[in-house]
Design a protein around this ligand. Sequence first.
Ligand SMILES: [Zn+2]
Length: 242
Amino acid sequence: MISPFALDLSAGLGATAGLGLAAGGFAYASLWPASRLFGPALIAPPHPGELALTFDDGPNPLWTPRLLDLLARRDVRATFFLVGSYAQSHPSLVQQIAAAGHCIGNHSWSHRNLALAPSSTIEDQLSRASQILAEITGEPPRFFRPPYGARRPATLRIARRLGLTPVLWNAMTSDWKNPSADAIALRLTHKIDSLYRQGLAANIVLHDGGLSADRAPSIAAAAQLIARYQPTHQFVTLNAWA
Ligand SMILES: [Zn+2]
């Protein structure tokens, strides 16, 4: 079986990836999702037609409940990369996410850039987040997505030592810059269709959290993607891939 870990740069990133590597050096390698320089991370397996909706930066008391309503209405399970300190502030939201059958991942304690942080900080950020999520849900998280995708070898090594599988993505749009729902959905649709033609599943990043951000367009975009792909594709959580 082909490993789902860090499939090659064809994962929706195109030919510019190699150029960026030559020009960007450390910054490129530490931030670019498909860079393998810093060790393998789960992106997406060769299962065309499978879609993993992943939502980062929650839980958020305003947006997460709306997202949970949408997913429940459409009978879709997703993956939530939660920030530990937010989880501590909103434990009942975390319980609701878990009770609905969604997969919960670790997105660090306070959303720090972990590419440049000392190892002790990385360990603290990851272990505190895992601990609070395990306390709230009764189960330690299996997956870790580095904030901003920023990492270095130690980041991934520490994650694995803590029992966490590092996860990146292959379908993202700048939904944090507040484009319209239509713009987000259109851009992701192009990526999903391109990945499908390449024989790959799509690991899609959207955001339901973040302080004072308007996540209505991201949630509306998720609704559009579900409406479009539910008849022909299968929505899965990361548990299906690792
Ligand atoms: Zn994030």
